[in-house]
Structure formats: structure tokens, C-alpha cells
Design a protein around this ligand. Sequence first.
Ligand code: HEC
Length: 112
Amino acid sequence: MRFVAVVSERAEFDRWLRAQAAPAHAPRTPQQQAGQQAFLRNGCGACHAVRGTRARGTVGPDLTHVGSRLELAAGTLPNDAAAFERWISAARNAIRCIRNSSAGTRNTSRCS
Ligand code: HEC
């Protein structure tokens, strides 16, 4: 596990801290609205909280301001759209593998 440490002036740190403590802002563009709907409709909120929405999961990390992070997954991925998509796809694939393996299905391609 790896984290980036950012050094900043006190006033800048206080502004950052207040912003991080605030709930997520309401989606402003059609793309953001679609993203929030996809998040809420696809069950992400069962495990993740996004403060200011009905997503209140506690199993996974709080994703309220995930877009403002420098990196994802304990510094293993950059925080950009491509890495985000890879992360979510990998999780989906892991769930498929677990389901297939418990159901005794032979389709376990890309499961190791
Ligand atoms: C069954 C529970 C569960 C569900 C459902 C789930 N996640 Fe996660 N998610 C986790 C856990 C646990 C972690 C932390 C994994 C780790 O650190 O290895 C995580 C990590 C993440 C991360 C990385 C967070 C970070 O701090 O870097 C993102 C982004 C993420 N999930 C997005 C999603 C999205 C989007 C969905 C819905 C499509 C989703 N998750 C659904 C449990 C879940």
C-alpha cells in the first residue's frame, strides 16, 4: 500500500479539509447525472457511501470525493477515466468468477 503525501500551507489545507468534509455536490452536467444514476442503480451504494446521496455502504471506502484523489486503490492506479473503468471491470470479472466457481460452472476464463 502506498499513499502520496501532499504538503501545503495551513490555509490551503483547511480549505481542502472543509471541501473533503462536505457532501458531494449535486451533478451539474448530463454526464455527471448519468454517472450518479449508474452508480446508484448498479448497487455500488451497498458497499460505498457517497455523502449527500442515498449511498451509505460501509464495506468499501467512502467515495464522496473520489474524483479529487490523486490516485486510486492505495496508489496502484492513476485516478483517470481509463483506470477507473479498468478497476470496475476487474471487480465485475471477480464477481463473475466467484459466482461461476460456486455454481460449479466451467467458464472460469480470465479468473486467475
Ligand atoms: C460488494 C461490495 C462492493 C460493491 C458492490 C462495490 N464495491 Fe467498490 N470497493 C469495495 C471494496 C471492499 C473496495 C476496497 C478494495 C481494496 O482496497 O482492495 C472497493 C474499492 C473501490 C474503488 C477504489 C477506491 C479507492 O479508495 O481507491 C472504487 C473507485 C470503487 N470501489 C468503485 C465502485 C463502483 C463504481 C461500484 C459499482 C459499480 C463498486 N465499487 C461496487 C467494495 C465494493
